[in-house]
Design a protein around this ligand. Structure first.
Ligand code: ADP
Ligand code: ADP
Length: 239
């Protein structure tokens, strides 16, 4: 089953030269895909086009059978809720607890007032704790995020994305700020999420060795163009 189909995608900022050109891509449900390429290749721009954090200049993005490019606000919100996002710098609210950050993955950070827990049903809280447990972070649920290590913060970032119960997880350089040990923990979790939950994982990486080790499929991006799309084994032979 195809979960994401990108056709003829172009993106330029401020009418400049395109930073994404003629992108064609089809992702299947449950695939683990890495996008690799040098800094400035357009990896981050591509992920942000998929969830419409930015608007593509032209082209079509069909996610979960819905064309993303013409959606009205309410429909866009509904589509976006099926797309989890994980960032290099975690994007957590540091003065809130782990539990609060994760719960807010479901509703955004609109309400960060005291007593925020009344917003959430018992089921939602249970889901959040189950996911934290899966990521080995349950014991940190009531710690403030600014007391965590980088690797722990990223596990909270992943948990926050997962409470949305997404079909697609977009990870923009999720291990670029982490040491090798923490990186391995994060990549192992992402792989496990893909395999046990059936979630499609699309991850931007600049470490080629990591991409080769974990991915079903690797996409090479250079100067805004796809220069490779295939199994990791073939890329290692080419390199
Ligand atoms: P990568 O994630 O592969 O490092 P990016 O998508 O961040 O690549 O950037 C691709 C190109 O687009 C770079 O030349 C970058 O400077 C440019 N770019 C990224 N964001 C913006 C922006 N908001 N405005 C203008 N140019 C941008
Ligand atoms: P990263 O590679 O970690 O995303 P960047 O420096 O590429 O960091 O981007 C940081 C922010 O600056 C992003 O929001 C990006 O859109 C913006 N940006 C990147 N390049 C440009 C550019 N040439 N002009 C304007 N904004 C840019």
């Amino acid at each position: 089953e195809v979960i994401l189909k990108v056709q003829d995608l172009f993106k330029s900022y401020n009418r400049g030269t395109p930073v994404l050109q003629d992108i064609q891509m089809e992702l299947k449900q449950g695939e683990f895909i890495s996008i690799i390429g040098p800094s400035g290749a357009g990896k981050s721009t591509f992920l942000r086009c998929i969830n419409r954090m930015i608007d593509p200049t032209s082209g079509s993005i069909v996610f979960d059978n819905t064309e993303m490019t013409f959606l009205k606000k309410a429909d866009l919100r509904k589509q976006r809720s099926k797309i989890g996002m994980v960032f290099q710098h975690y994007n957590l609210v540091s003065r809130l607890t782990v539990f609060e950050n994760v719960l807010h993955g479901r509703f955004g950070y609109k309400s960060t007032i005291q007593g925020v827990f009344s917003l959430f049903s018992e089921e939602e809280k249970e889901l959040a704790l189950t996911i934290l447990d899966k990521l080995g972070m349950k014991e940190f649920a009531y710690k403030r995020c600014d007391q965590l290590s980088g690797g722990q913060k990223q596990r909270v970032g992943i948990a926050r994305a997962l409470v949305q119960q997404p079909k697609l997880l977009l990870c923009d350089e999720p291990i670029a700020s982490l040491d090798p040990n923490a990186s391995k923990v994060i990549m192992d979790h992402l792989k496990d999420i893909c395999e046990t939950m059936g979630i499609t994982v699309l991850v931007n990486l600049h470490q080629v060795d990591v991409a080769l080790k974990y991915s079903d499929r690797v996409i090479g991006l250079n100067k805004g163009k796809i220069v490779y799309d295939g199994i990791p084994e073939k890329l290692s032979n080419a390199a």
